[in-house]
Design a protein around this ligand. Structure first.
Ligand code: AKG
Length: 320
């Protein structure tokens, strides 16, 4: 079983209806899909791979060798050996991360890093907007509805757009921990540029973990908890995780188009139907509360690796 691969360029031609339907199916049944022919120049993607790998080598690799995950894994392996046990590290990720925002400190090396990653982030932000418009259309919402909701209203530009550059270095004992523990994403739309060769990302589908197959220069899209709320449960956020691996240093670059902390999030009224209306597949009552995204993030920060349903209950309680 492989996650859907969709040719995004088909939206501009005679096959538009087919591409829209494929994206709708992927959003409703998978929560993850890969876009090819997405319009981001390959030449830029090649530069992105190069500067992120170089920056890891120049600024972070040495630090990872002395990092907490390395120390805690060494201690665990020694303890297991001494005690004849097989304990695992359940609350740690074998991952090196740096975050790029518009206004934080970025790696200085290599010199082309800033220019390349700024260009990449502009392209990805535009792609996120296009993907959200497709979701609007598929859900029968006015054009711009999801983007406006995440920004906190029409004409406001306050969404959070962050880029998380991760490396999952080779791990001597990959069976003892995860590269990144299973979770659903808190926010809106996530655009992931994953390693061409080293796999490890998996999603939970019908009770089974399945691989998100590396596909050169594709962009993996997934929907976060807030799209689940806005769509009133039509587009569910999906559990995913990254396995640690003995070989290869997996690189992934995840860009998050997330709501403003001030945005009020609630199911779109168009997707809530009265209970008395004749039922069809998509008619349903409001399945999620209205809340302020900042409150959701306060809960998420403490419970990221736990099921999402109690998070919705917690923000329902805050709002009351
Ligand atoms: O590294 C990946 O492929 C996934 C990253 C991820 O799920 C996250 O940062 O939330």
């Amino acid at each position: 079983m492989a996650i859907p691969v969709i040719d995004f360029s088909k939206l501009n031609g005679k096959d538009r209806a087919e591409a829209l339907a494929q994206i709708a199916e992927a959003c409703e049944n998978w929560g993850f899909f890969q876009l090819v022919n997405h319009g981001i120049p390959f030449e830029l993607l090649e530069r992105v791979k190069k500067v992120c790998s170089q920056s890891y080598k120049l600024e972070r690799e040495e630090g990872f060798k002395n990092s907490m995950p390395v120390k805690l894994l060494n201690d665990l392996v020694e303890r297991n050996y001494m005690n004849g046990t097989d304990e695992k590290l359940e609350d740690l990720d074998w991952e090196d991360v740096f975050i790029l925002q518009d206004d934080n400190k970025w790696p200085c090396q290599p010199l082309e890093f800033k220019e390349t990653m700024s260009e990449y982030r502009r392209e990805l932000r535009n792609l996120a907007a296009k993907v959200m418009e497709v979701m609007d259309e598929n859900l029968g919402l006015p054009k711009g509805y999801i983007k406006n909701a995440l920004n906190g209203g029409e004409g406001i530009e306050d969404a959070f757009f962050g880029t998380k550059v991760s490396h999952y270095p080779p791990c001597p004992h990959p069976e003892q921990l995860k590269g990144l523990r299973a979770h659903t994403d808190a926010g809106g739309v996530i655009l992931l540029f994953q390693d061409d060769k080293v796999g490890g990302l998996q999603i939970l589908k019908d009770g089974e973990w399945i691989d998100v197959q590396p596909l050169e220069n594709s962009i993996v899209i997934n929907t976060g908890d807030q799209i689940e709320v806005l769509s009133n449960g039509r587009y569910k956020s999906v559990w995913h995780r990254v396995l640690a691996s003995r070989d290869g240093n997996r690189r992934s670059i995840a860009s998050f188009y997330n709501p403003s902390l001030n945005a009020t999030i609630a199911p779109a009224p168009q997707l809530i139907q009265s209970v008395t209306k004749v039922a069809n597949d998509h008619d349903q009552q409001q399945a999620y509360p209205e809340f302020v995204f900042g409150d959701y993030m306060s809960v998420y920060a403490k419970h990221k690796f736990l099921p999402k349903e109690p998070r919705f209950q917690a923000v329902r309680a805050i709002k009351k």
